[in-house]
Design a protein around this ligand. Structure first.
Ligand SMILES: [Zn+2]
Length: 387
């Protein structure tokens, strides 16, 4: 039979049951037509590389639309086809592994990737997929090892830091420090590792070490990511302060499953933050310095730092807003106005401040891997509101 998939395309009915049943998108049952279409299409596929590529791409398109069952059906059709070249079969198994991972069937995904490997599939691509699979399964040790094999230190360090954090939370201080050292050895600029070090210094009640760590971290971490250190430290310190005031006496905090720690005080924090940050000219770091000072209730110093940050970057909307909010005490405001202003400032503070520089995704909390485009360390801060 002389097939031309492009000529036939219009007559291949990709009719889907769900299209006839609006509101039932999740209850996907391939219609007779769809099965027939896929079967028909798979007839086309022998060892014609172009057609196999199109067929695999169709499966990936379904996967990206969340229609995993259809994607899997396409891969399986290829796999069972007698006489199919092993290169294509390996590709089909590889894609099947990705489909299963997307669907959350992690064991099946591992099995499919193993098959792809046995058939001589692209070793690097398989390794990469296995690393993602290990991370998704929460096997951080394996994820770190696989990223080391892939020679991708940022991710290797990331999963070592997760192990360090887990060890810290289970009270295994030595293991935690060891994993952290390994992470920094693998990748000296690891923002996650430096942040975890700051948190350990904070919770360990070691103000001088925290000051030294912060200075070292600001030198080692990529300039676009330095704010992450301070955002993370502030979040952690605020959480500890809330936790501490919620449980002033018990030796163990139920919420955080950890001993109440004698973390460093506001005055100690202030005395370390100022020397580490006052020489910095980046408006974002000055702004975060001001936020830390506000947390420690050094209000007039915070005000001066916000002003400094605005001198360098007049369009820094969040710094301007904080300053505006601080100066409300200098103005005689009616209760109504005061209430409106507080409402507005609270809402604005919760606006999505972080944006992925690769895909534009906006988030209101830190991320190390973009949840949408999967890029590592692509987070930026929206200094200007139009960003
Ligand atoms: Zn992204």
């Amino acid at each position: 039979m002389n097939w031309n998939p492009f000529r036939k395309r219009a007559s291949i009915p990709l009719t889907m049951t769900e299209e006839r049943r609006p509101g039932h998108r999740l209850e996907f049952i391939p219609s007779q037509d769809t099965r027939a279409a896929i079967d028909e299409l798979s007839e086309v596929v022998r060892n014609n590389s172009e057609v196999v590529e199109i067929y695999l791409a169709l499966g990936s398109l379904y996967r990206s639309q969340g229609e995993i069952e259809r994607a899997i059906q396409i891969r399986n059709n290829l796999i069972v086809r007698p006489g199919l070249d092993e290169t294509f079969k390996a590709r089909a198994y590889f894609e099947l592994g990705r489909d299963f991972r997307r669907a959350g069937f992690l064991d099946r995904s591992a099995h499919a990737l193993q098959k792809a490997r046995e058939l001589g599939g692209d070793r690097q691509a398989i390794l990469q997929e296995e690393a993602k699979l290990a991370a998704q399964a929460g096997d951080n040790e394996r994820a770190a090892r696989l990223y080391a094999d892939l020679d991708f230190p940022p991710a290797q360090a990331h999963y070592l830091v997760i192990q360090a954090r887990e060890a810290r939370l289970s009270g295994e201080g030595n293991t935690s420090e060891k994993r952290l050292r390994q992470a920094l050895r693998a990748y000296p600029g690891s923002v996650e590792a430096w942040l975890e070090q700051l948190i350990q210094n904070h919770d360990g009640g070691e103000p001088e070490r925290l000051g030294r760590t912060l200075t070292g971290a600001l030198d080692a971490v990529d300039k676009d990511l330095r704010f992450v250190l301070l955002e993370g430290l502030i979040n952690h310190a605020e959480m500890r302060r809330q936790c501490g005031s919620a449980h002033p006496h018990p030796t163990e905090c139920d919420t955080h499953q950890t001993e109440i720690i004698n973390f460093i005080s506001d005055d100690q924090l202030q005395s370390q933050i100022v020397p580490a940050l006052e020489r910095r000219t980046e408006p974002l770091l000055t702004y975060y310095g001001a936020r830390l000072l506000l947390m420690c209730e050094y209000t007039s110093m915070a005000q001066a730092w916000l002003e400094r940050s605005l001198e360098v970057e007049p369009d820094f909307w969040l710094a301007r807003l904080e300053l505006f909010h601080l100066s409300r005490n200098d103005q005689p405001l009616t209760p109504f106005f005061e209430e409106q202003l507080t409402f507005f400032v609270d809402r604005a503070r919760n606006i999505k401040r972080f944006v992925c520089k690769r895909c534009g995704l906006r988030r209101d909390s830190l991320f190390f891997v973009c949840p949408r485009c999967q890029n590592w360390h692509s987070i930026t801060f929206r200094i200007q509101i139009t960003q």
